[in-house]
Design a binder for this molecule. Structure first.
Ligand code: ADP
Length: 733
C-alpha cells in the first residue's frame, strides 16, 4: 500500500459520513470509519477483516455480487434508498441507504480498492412515506367530511321540511283548537276527536325530538373529525420540524415560506422570522442558482426535480459560502392543484470536499510519479553514459544493478548480474601485489561492515578466463530511513592501463639500473686497472683495456641516447630535419663501421640507389637498430641482408633479414611496444626494450609503416617503408 493510499485511509477515518474501503477482490476491509461501523451496527474495529465474514447478512442480500462486479469491471455503482436488512439487537431490521461503490484505480487503470460511501436515508424515506400517508389520510378525512356535510345538509333539509311540517301541524292544531274550542263551546261532545289529534301531535313531536338528537350526534362527529384534523396537522408540523433532513414548503408563485424546519433554517443561516415571507426576498443570493431554477420549474410544471452533490452559494455570517447538497423538489398538491413546492435537502459538503481532496491527492500523486519517472529517466541516462562503472549491492552483497560501463569493465552480461556478488569465487580478487585479496579486505566488504565510505581503493580482479584487470573502487553505504544499512553503491574505474604503466615503469627502472650498471662497472674496472698498473702493463694490454673502456662507454652512451630519445618522443620534441638521401649513402654513413666490426657478413642489396626524403640521422638510427638487433639476437646468423625495394609507386621498403632463432608468434605483436623485451631462457642480452619502440615512432612520424615477419628457427625479417621522394614531391606541389 502506498503513502497516498494510507493518506486516503487516514482521511476516511476522519470523515463525518459513512465510508469504507475494500482493498482486495474478496472484499477485505482496509478501513471502515466510525460512521460506517455505526451504520452497520458493528461496534468493533473491522479493519483487515473480510466483509463476508463479519457481515454475512449484507452479503446474503446481494451486495457482495455488486462489489465484486465493481472490482471486475472498474465501473462505479450507486444506489438510492436501497433497502438492506441490518442485524440490530439480533433482529434483522429493514433500513434504507443511498450508497456508492467507487473503484480506486492506479495509473494503469487497475482497480486496487473500492471506496464505499453510504448515507442512512431510512429516516428520510420513512418521513416521506409518513408525509404521503398523512396526505392520504388528510384526503380521506376531507372526503369523509364532505360526505358528512352532504349528509348533514340532507338532514338539515329534512329537518327544515319537518319543521315546516310541524309549523303546518301547529297551525292546523291551532285551527283545530280554535275550532275545538268553538266546537266545545258549541258541541261539548267532540272531546274524543280532539284527544286523537293530540296523540298524533305527540307522535310527531316525538319524531321531531329524535331527529334533533340525530342532528346533535352528527354535529359531535363533525367536531371530532375537526379535532382529529387539527391533531394530524400538529403531528405533521412536528414531523417536519424534527426531521433530520432539511425541509421547506413554499406556497404560491411568490414561493412564500409556509413551513421550514430547523435543519433547513440552519443550512440557510436564517431564523423563523422568514416564515410567511417570499423565499427569494429573504434569500436573494439563491436567485439565478440551479436550485432556484429547479424550484421554479417544479412549481411551473408540477414535476419533481432532484440534483445530487449540487453546489449552492449561501450568505452565511456575511460571506457567500459554497456548500453541496442532494436536494429534491416535489410539487405540493391540494385539491388536485399544484399550490406549492416541498424542498427536501441533505448537506453533503463534507463528502464532496473529501472526494475533491482525494482527487487532489490522486492528482498530486500522479504529478509526483511523473516527476519521479523523469528523474529516474535522467538518472538512468546519466548512469548509462557514465565513464565510470556503477554497481549497487543489496544488504547481502548481491549485485542488483551494474551500469553498462560496469558490465563492460567486469565483462558481465545483464543475466550475470543476478548471480554475481562482489566476492564471487569465480572472480579472484587480488591485492596490488598479485596475492589473493581476503574477503574482509574488499572495499565493498569494508564499507558494508564499517558503514563508512571508502575512496580510491585499487584491487586486481582475475576473470574466469584468467585475464587480469585492476579497478579503483569508491564505495558508499546506503541506509534506510531508520538508519539501517540496506546495501551499498560502488563506483569504479578500470585502471588496468594505469597499473600496467606503473608496473612497466617499475620493471623498467630495475632493468635500466641493471643495464646501466654493467657498462659502468666494466668501464670502472678498465680505468682502475690502467690507473694502478699502466706502467707495468704491456702496450697490447693497455690498448685492450682502453678499447674495453671505450666499448663500455659506447654501450652506456647508446643506453643514454635511447632513454633521451624516448623522453623526447614522448614530449613530441623529436624534430625532423629532412633531406633527399639515397639508401646507399645512408647505409654507408651509418652502418659501414658496424659491418666492419661485426663477425657477420652484412650486405646491402636490391634497389639500393633509390632515394627517400627523410631525416637521414633518424632513419640511419632505425637501420642501425635493426642491424644491431640482428647481430645481437642472431649471433649465429652468418649473413645479415639489408634489402631495398620499391613497392607500388609510392613506397620504398627496407628490410633487415637474419637467419637467427626467430621470434615466437605470440610475441610478435608486442615487439614495438615500449620496454618490451622477450625472454630468452638462459641467454643474457643487454637492452632496455626501447630500440624498436623508438624505431616505430620515427617511422610513424615519417608517414611510413613498420613490421616484422619471423618464424621460429628460420630467422626474422624486420622492415619499414617510407614514402618515395616522388610521392613526397607530389604531395608538396
Ligand atoms: P632491446 O634493447 O631489448 O634490444 P628492442 O626494442 O631493440 O630492445 O627489441 C625488443 C626485443 O625484440 C628484444 O628484446 C628481442 O627479444 C627482440 N628482437 C629484436 N630483434 C630481434 C631479432 N633480430 N631476432 C630475435 N629477436 C629480436
Amino acid at each position: 500500500m502506498n503513502v497516498s493510499f494510507n493518506g486516503l485511509l487516514h482521511v476516511i477515518s476522519e470523515m463525518p459520513n459513512a465510508v469504507a474501503v475494500y482493498d482486495s477482490e474478496d472484499l477485505n476491509i482496509a478501513i471502515a470509519n466510525e460512521k460506517m461501523l455505526k451504520m452497520w451496527n458493528r461496534a468493533d474495529n473491522l479493519d483487515g477483516q473480510r466483509l463476508g465474514d463479519i457481515f454475512p447478512e449484507y452479503i446474503e442480500q446481494g451486495f457482495e455480487g455488486l462489489l465484486r462486479n465493481v472490482w471486475k469491471t472498474g465501473e462505479a455503482f450507486s444506489g438510492e434508498e436501497i433497502p438492506a436488512d441490518i442485524l440490530i439487537d439480533g433482529i434483522l431490521t429493514p433500513r434504507y441507504f443511498d450508497f456508492k461503490y467507487n473503484p480506486l484505480k492506479d495509473q494503469n487503470g487497475i482497480t486496487y480498492a473500492i471506496l464505499h460511501t453510504a448515507t442512512d436515508v431510512t429516516d428520510r424515506k420513512l418521513a416521506r412515506e409518513q408525509v404521503a400517508e398523512r396526505q392520504a389520510s388528510e384526503e380521506n378525512v376531507k372526503a369523509e367530511l364532505q360526505a358528512t356535510n352532504e349528509e348533514l345538509t340532507t338532514l338539515n333539509e329534512e329537518y327544515m321540511a319537518t319543521n315546516e311540517q310541524l309549523d303546518k301541524y301547529n297551525y292546523a292544531i291551532n285551527e283545530i283548537n280554535t275550532k275545538l274550542t268553538e266546537t266545545n263551546k258549541n258541541l261539548g261532545n267532540a272531546n274524543q276527536g280532539y284527544k286523537t289529534s293530540n296523540e298524533r301531535l305527540n307522535t310527531a313531536n316525538h319524531r321531531l325530538n329524535k331527529d334533533i338528537d340525530d342532528l346533535k350526534s352528527i354535529n359531535d362527529a363533525i367536531q371530532d373529525l375537526n379535532n382529529r384534523l387539527a391533531d394530524s396537522e400538529q403531528g405533521f408540523q412536528n414531523l417536519i420540524a424534527q426531521a433530520p433532513v432539511a425541509i421547506l414548503l413554499t406556497k404560491g408563485e411568490d414561493f412564500i415560506i409556509e413551513k421550514i424546519n430547523s435543519t433547513m433554517l440552519n443550512i440557510l443561516g436564517r431564523d423563523e422570522s422568514i416564515i410567511g415571507k417570499p423565499l427569494f426576498e429573504q434569500i436573494p443570493e439563491l436567485k439565478g442558482q440551479l436550485a432556484a431554477d429547479l424550484l421554479k420549474e417544479t412549481f411551473e410544471f408540477g414535476e419533481s426535480r432532484e440534483e445530487i452533490s449540487s453546489p449552492v452559494r449561501l450568505l452565511l455570517d456575511g460571506q457567500l459560502r459554497e456548500g453541496f447538497f442532494n436536494f429534491n423538489f416535489t410539487p405540493f398538491i391540494e385539491n388536485g392543484k399544484v399550490t406549492g413546492v416541498i424542498d427536501v435537502a441533505v448537506e453533503v459538503t463534507a463528502q464532496v470536499l473529501a472526494i475533491r481532496d482525494r482527487e487532489e491527492t490522486i492528482r498530486q500523486k500522479v504529478v509526483l510519479e511523473e516527476t519521479l519517472r523523469n528523474s529516474e529517466k535522467r538518472l538512468q541516462g546519466i548512469l548509462e553514459t557514465m565513464a565510470e562503472g556503477v554497481g549497487i549491492v543489496d544488504h547481502t552483497g548481491q549485485l542488483v544493478y551494474a551500469n553498462p560501463m560496469a558490465q563492460q569493465i567486469l565483462g558481465l552480461t545483464s543475466s550475470d548480474i543476478e548471480s554475481r556478488t562482489y566476492s564471487d569465487p569465480r572472480w579472484q580478487n587480488l591485492r596490488i601485489d598479485g596475492s589473493p585479496l581476503p574477503d574482509e579486505e574488499h572495499p565493498m566488504t569494508v564499507m558494508m561492515t564499517t558503514g563508512s565510505k571508502v575512496f580510491d581503493m585499487e584491487i586486481g580482479v582475475q576473470r574466469p578466463d584468467g585475464s587480469r584487470q585492476y579497478i579503483s573502487i569508491n564505495a558508499a553505504p546506503i541506509f534506510n530511513e531508520d538508519g539501517n544499512l540496506t546495501g551499498g553503491i560502488g563506483t569504479f574505474m578500470d585502471v588496468t592501463s594505469r597499473r600496467m604503466i606503473l608496473q612497466g615503469k617499475d620493471d623498467f627502472i630495475s632493468i635500466a639500473s641493471h643495464e646501466l650498471k654493467n657498462p659502468v662497472t666494466s668501464l670502472k674496472a678498465a680505468l682502475q686497472l690502467l690507473e694502478r698498473a699502466h706502467n707495468r702493463l704491456p702496450e697490447e694490454s693497455r690498448s685492450k683495456l682502453i678499447s674495453q673502456a671505450l666499448s663500455s662507454l659506447d654501450n652506456l652512451s647508446r643506453l643514454i641516447h635511447d632513454l633521451l630519445d624516448t623522453s623526447r618522443l614522448e614530449q613530441g620534441q623529436m624534430k625532423m630535419d629532412k633531406s633527399t638521401v639515397s639508401i646507399n649513402d645512408l647505409f654507408n654513413d651509418c652502418c659501414a663501421h658496424i659491418a666492419n666490426d661485426s663477425k657477420q657478413h652484412i650486405t646491402l642489396s636490391g634497389q639500393k640507389m633509390l632515394s627517400v626524403y627523410a631525416d637521414s640521422q633518424q632513419i640511419g638510427q632505425v637501420l642501425v637498430n635493426f642491424i644491431s638487433n640482428a647481430i645481437k639476437y642472431a649471433p649465429d646468423s652468418k649473413e645479415i641482408v639489408v634489402y631495398v625495394s620499391q613497392i607500388g609507386d609510392d613506397e620504398i621498403k627496407i628490410s633487415v633479414k637474419d637467419s637467427g632463432p626467430g621470434i615466437p608468434k605470440e610475441n610478435l605483436s608486442h615487439l614495438f611496444e615500449r620496454y618490451y623485451r622477450t625472454n630468452y631462457e638462459g641467454k643474457k642480452f643487454t637492452g632496455l626494450g626501447l630500440g624498436l619502440y623508438i624505431s616505430a615512432e620515427i617511422i610513424k612520424n615519417h608517414g611510413g609503416r613498420i613490421g616484422v615477419e619471423s618464424e621460429l628457427g628460420k630467422g626474422s625479417e624486420f622492415w619499414f617503408t617510407l614514402p618515395t621522394q616522388a610521392s613526397h614531391q607530389q604531395n608538396i606541389s
